[in-house]
Design a protein around this ligand. Structure first.
Ligand code: PLP
Length: 385
């Protein structure tokens, strides 16, 4: 089976992890700040806090922005459930904003309309999570203008978008957001096994997230509420978690990060070839937006009515041909967990339409030309041109 996504582990990665296994540190040690500094400098953010997953990073980002019960977080329905669940961990409520059908990213116009209504009802969101779907950056300057107008915080869920940029500015620089999070899950752009990171330019948010990742404990006398008892002393200031990244993970991440440019270049080449080979067919191909460079985490096409085949039939035919297609994503508001809050089909029509037609084709840096050609030549005759 050709998978839809896959990590690459090189000899250099193996050597990096091996040397850490033989060092003094297995859990969070010197490699974690080294990885944080490498990612921060790569994307142009001042601070980085590495954690054990992007899900944890989203949770800490919401806590650092003081999200709590009685407050709202809004996000896109076309994302992984983690983009919404982070609000629930904080006891806050979730609502969704429909996507722009062209980009599959949260639609700034739909957001503006919903904010105007919410303002009248006194239920404006405290946080909006902008998801750079498939690696294509959202229109952050439009979202930022609304954030200023209505006074909410912006988190960028950039789990798909390490290596992406807008007008040459890397995603993660937090030019228009409070915090950006990345994922290092193996299907994402670079991997640390499991892992995530929160980037910010605000030293207080960074300090808070770093403390919350390790039980709410500080060893810094400046953060303590009373005088230190001595060199062994630490204080728990608030209720935190064990969300630490290990040095093993950080070492793998550092090694992988060195190939980020190559990976994104290769993903771009593969996407360009799909574009070229599929453009004549009755399929909706992923959007390209001037001045926005996708990291091409996913290549998700839509099987339009004119294709003469429905998505389920096409999916089964491709799987039968050993092509590991997938679907990203089931709209989050239609998950049983979210339906219990009253969400139902029909509420976010662009997201639901997209979902009914979406299929993700294999795309990862080590996908061979031969395998990609096989995907294309298998797909083509299944579509009525
Ligand atoms: C993968 C993913 C996450 C969660 O990442 P983990 O590191 O697995 O916790 C969050 N948001 C989006 C959009 C993702 O694709």
């Amino acid at each position: 089976m050709i998978p839809y996504g896959r990590q690459e582990i090189t000899e250099a990665d193996l050597a990096a992890v091996r040397s850490i296994l033989q060092s003094d540190w297995l859990t969070q040690g010197p490699k974690v700040p080294e990885f944080e500094a490498a990612v921060a400098s790569r994307v142009g953010a001042k601070h980085a806090v590495a954690v054990n997953s992007a899900t944890s990073a989203l949770h800490l980002a919401c806590l650092a922005l003081d999200l709590g019960p009685g407050e709202w977080l809004w996000t896109s329905p076309i994302t992984f459930v983690a983009s919404a669940n982070c609000a629930r961990y904080c006891g806050a409520a979730v609502d969704f904003v429909d996507i722009d059908p062209a980009t599959c990213n949260l639609c700034p116009k739909a957001l503006a309309d919903k904010l105007a209504t919410a303002e009248q009802q006194g239920r404006l969101p405290k946080i909006v999570v902008a998801v750079h779907f498939a690696g294509l950056p959202c229109d952050m300057s439009a979202l930022h203008a609304l954030a200023k107008q209505y006074g909410f915080h912006l988190i960028e869920d950039a789990a798909h978008a390490l290596g992406a940029s807008s007008q040459e500015i890397p995603v993660g620089a937090c030019q228009f957001s409070d915090i950006t999070i990345f994922s290092f899950h193996p299907v994402k752009i670079v991997t640390s096994g499991e892992g995530g990171m929160a980037l910010t330019n605000d030293p207080q948010l960074a300090q808070r997230m770093a403390r919350l990742r390790s039980h709410g404990i500080t060893r810094d006398p400046a953060e303590m509420l009373s005088a230190s008892d001595g060199p062994w002393y630490y204080q728990q200031i608030e209720l935190g978690f064990n969300y630490r990244m290990t040095d093993l993970q950080a070492g793998l991440g550092i090694s992988q990060l060195e190939r980020l440019t190559d990976y994104v270049t290769r993903r771009n080449q593969l996407a360009a070839l799909y574009d070229q080979e599929l453009k004549g067919l009755p399929l909706q191909l992923p959007a390209r937006v001037p001045d926005r460079q996708s990291a091409w985490h996913l290549y998700s096409i839509q099987v339009t009515e004119a294709a003469g085949i429905d998505r389920l039939t096409l999916f089964k035919a491709l799987r039968a041909a050993e092509i590991g297609v997938n679907v990203h994503y089931i709209p989050v508001h239609l998950q049983p967990y979210y339906r219990q809050f009253g969400f139902q089909a029909g509420q976010f029509p662009h997201a639901e339409k997209y979902y009914s037609q979406a299929i993700t084709l294999p795309l990862y840096p080590t996908l061979s030309a031969k395998d990609q050609e096989y995907v294309i030549s298998t797909l083509r005759p299944l579509i009525s041109a």
